[in-house]
Design a binder for this molecule. Sequence first.
Ligand SMILES: Cc1cc2nc3c(=O)[nH]c(=O)nc-3n(C[C@H](O)[C@H](O)[C@H](O)COP(=O)(O)O)c2cc1C
Length: 207
Amino acid sequence: MQKSLKTPEFGAPLPAACPSDEAVALLWRRRSTPADFLSAPGPDSETLQKILTIAARAPDHRRVVPFRFVVFEGEARAEFGETLADAFKADNPGVEESRIEIERNRFLRAPVVVAVISSINAAHKTPVWEQTLTAGAVCQNMLVAASAFGFAAQWLTEWYAFDDRINDALSMAADENIAGYIYIGTAKEEPRERARPILEDIVTWRR
Ligand SMILES: Cc1cc2nc3c(=O)[nH]c(=O)nc-3n(C[C@H](O)[C@H](O)[C@H](O)COP(=O)(O)O)c2cc1C
């Protein structure tokens, strides 16, 4: 594990490529761990800073920075669970308490949950679609970084990523959207491989 990584200064020379068998192995076998199978420990604050720093290095046309993070740790996870439970209760009057408990405990499934907010600047020359893609790349960078630091993770949206009341609780502007909630922790159980696209089905070679 690299302990002494320094954030490159602006204009510093950087390697154009970083050949690494370990990086290839990580990407070759990368697998999400369902949030229900996550537990503590999560990354400490220094490691989490690094994970977020790596996530924020995603490709970003014209440096719009069309994303931001809200990080949930500790008590804040249970507090946010109350917000989820209240909204769920309002939508499902009379629903049994055990079902509401699921909402209350959602963010408690992992020690760290990062809301990645797609924050579009529609007036910018960079197309909205490209800005949207950047937020997705940020989420993927975060998953890969978490794995490289030894943590399991899952990218979720679930119902609360599309709910105005929940977005308001995150102080999101009308033109902001949840790109994903990234749950980060330690796997209680190793995941198994899922079906993957067959390359021949999705690649057109033109030579
Ligand atoms: C934008 C986005 C939202 C997702 N939301 C959910 C979700 O709400 N629930 C879920 O079970 N999986 C969701 N997934 C899928 C998982 O994150 C994961 O990709 C999937 O379980 C396959 O695992 P893999 O990442 O190992 O391929 C989402 C993926 C993306 C890209």
